[in-house]
Design a protein around this ligand. Sequence first.
Ligand SMILES: C[S@@+](CC[C@H](N)C(=O)[O-])C[C@H]1O[C@@H](n2cnc3c(N)ncnc32)[C@H](O)[C@@H]1O
Length: 404
Amino acid sequence: MDELEQVEGELLLSGETAGEEVTESTRQFFVSKKAAALLKHEILQGYVKPFVAKVGRWAPGGRVVYLDGYAGPGRYADGTPGSPALILDSAAEIADIRKLDCYFVERRREDFKSLKALTIEAKSRGLAAEALSGKVEKHLAYVLKQAEGSPLLAFIDPFGLGLSFEALTEQLFGSRQPAGSTGRDATEVLLNFNSNAVRRIGGLLTSPKERPGKQATLKAMDDACGGDWWRSEFRKSSDNSEAVERIANGFALRVGDAVRSHSWTLPVRNRSHHQPAYHLVLFSRHRDGLWLFGEAISHAQTEWRREILKSSTEGTLFDDDSLFEEEEKQKKSEWISEIKENIVDLLRQHKSFTVDRYHSEIMGSVLGEARQMHIRAAVKELHREGKTGCDGKGDIPDMRITRP
Ligand SMILES: C[S@@+](CC[C@H](N)C(=O)[O-])C[C@H]1O[C@@H](n2cnc3c(N)ncnc32)[C@H](O)[C@@H]1O
């Protein structure tokens, strides 16, 4: 069983609500990093800097606020950076042009101590960082107050269920200017929607046993999802993976509708044949945020594949690097072929269109894997083949693809 599943297992068997109960196996999470955590961190790293550079341009003093609501100790036991250490490094890298004001919240005392030490060290490097001890729910109002007038990015990364739907939509998003205002009011949330929690808690629905804490756990899931709609989704799914997809996507849509935001949902696995450990969901009210996220997840998945390949060839005579390069080359050419086919299909239906308008149709099944450079390569090939009048030069989202 993987670590996160163990964590969830203990959570529910302990008869607690589906909130986060710290157990010995929860601790194991911070001993060394698994592939799913690697992907999450690559995304965070790849996203935060360009996001801050972009939205900070219109913010007073170039200041952007970052909240890590479930921060953990900051670093893994082996010294590998956790999300707080990674973000502080990003803050240092862009300190010349932007001020990233970081707030880290951690409930567990031992982890808070390490986190606090990390922020003290960061402050000595001239960075703005504050560690807050206790539950994120307790500190949310304070952090939102600090974020008034500045763009805000919140990372919500619990082991189990996180903020309630109400806290997320009404308190966090609700305290911010609505969509359509300037970059300085940007509000983005990157959220870990825990698929293990969905499987475990959903399993309680279909189990005839009345375990202690069962009703409270189901109620906690209702609170996280904004109602009991997920129960019927779970029951009508043919298996757990369908249930998890339906519920993660249903959650993203409901939050998006409530706060007038777009969302992008990405399943995150420890191995390609595993069920997702969680879904990362980005809520963004601006198209640029989604484009930046698309770039970040594409790069991050390349690193994830590299890591997976490395662990699968460990102890063998395979040359990881050349195998990896070979596989990536193959993938890239498959992606470009698919994008080309999709564009040709779209050109049959429309005389011309912008990439932004038909982004998901252009990407088709490679959405989230391929990125802008692959769209450009596809358009250039089509141009050479005389299938479009567009030469593939210029900004990708605004690029207009025309019939020849
Ligand atoms: C998945 S870990 C965080 C990992 C971290 N974001 C990273 O990427 O390195 C979740 C953390 O949230 C903490 N936690 C649990 N419930 C919390 C709450 N209500 N408020 C703040 N922290 C909480 C746990 O103690 C645990 O350290």
